[in-house]
Every structure is written in C-alpha cells, then in structure tokens.
Write a protein of this length. Structure first.
Length: 171
C-alpha cells in the first residue's frame, strides 16, 4: 500500500489549522489595538469636556451680577427644562466657545488632533434658580442660586463628550 498520499493530506490539514490559528490571532490583536485606541480617545474626550466645564464654572463663579446668569439673558444660558429636553436629542450650536487659557496638556491634545483654535470646546450654563430655603440652610436674603455648567467637546472626527458640573453660588 502507498501511504505517502495520506501523509501529504495530514500535513496539509495541520498547516491549514495553524494558518487559521495565526489569522485569528492577528485579527484579535488588531481588534484589541482598536479597543485600546478608542478607550484612549474616550478618556481624552472626557478630559477636554471637563476642561471646558471647569472654564465655564470658573467664569460663572467669578460673575458678580446674578441677572447675567438668568436663562435667556445670553444665548448660552438655558432654563433647566429647556436644556434637558434639547440636550437629550442634540446639543445646541450656541455654546460659549472656549479659546486660550488652556493647560499645556489640553493644547497638546488639540494640536495633535489638528483642532487648535477651532470651536470644538464649548460650555453652557443651565437651570440657574434661587435656592433660598431649600436644603441649603441660609437666610432668605443670602441670594444663593444653583445650576449646572456643561462642558462639551464636539468633534466630527473624534466624537463628542460632555461633563456636567453642579454649581451653587452666593451673590
């Protein structure tokens, strides 16, 4: 009997199994690298949105005139109900653009992405209302107001992230 043909078939089957295993390992490595890249981009997006929110919170906390933070006073200040209904579908375009005054890390990320000087970082203020007599134990004439500052990073290429910061301020 001639068995040389059966050895050839077995060698080809083993070679096919090893090739399938190698291709699967390469596909798994490519998939894992994409997951790691996307995870890093997501963290950077959140970092940029937080930068915008902190910038907005700093501006709001430095504001001395409470009438300048009333919903509708400026086009980027929203009533809470309006904000919640609108932001659930899409972010409005009229946020307060954040330029300059960034950390070196923020500038480095924006420059790497080719977005330095573009309108990808914005912030909004929403829901400013009087909180005298609520859970904050203050006198009625203290002038406490609360609301949220929303920092947004919005890029067609890298996606969108937003961070909300609750702010309570005494005027």
């Amino acid at each position: 009997m001639d068995r040389s043909g059966s050895v050839l078939v077995i060698v080809l089957l083993v070679l096919m199994l090893i090739s399938i295993g190698g291709i699967s390992a390469i596909n798994l490595a490519v998939f894992e690298s994409q997951v790691i890249r996307n995870s890093g981009l997501y963290r950077q997006n959140l970092f940029l949105a937080e930068t915008a929110a902190q910038t907005g919170a700093r501006i709001v906390l430095n504001e001395r005139d409470p009438s300048r933070l009333l919903p509708g006073e400026r086009d980027w200040i929203w009533g809470m109900d309006d904000w919640l209904s609108r932001a659930g579908t899409s972010l409005p375009d009229n946020g307060y653009a954040v330029f300059g005054d960034f950390s070196e890390e923020t500038l480095r990320i924006l420059e790497q992405r080719g977005e330095a000087g573009k309108d990808t970082l914005r912030w909004y203020a929403a829901g400013w209302k009087d909180v005298s007599g609520e859970s904050i134990r203050v006198s009625n004439n203290a002038g406490w107001r609360k609301g949220i500052v929303v920092g947004v990073y919005d890029s067609r290429r890298y996606g969108r992230a937003w961070v909300e910061i609750g702010v309570v301020k005494k005027f």
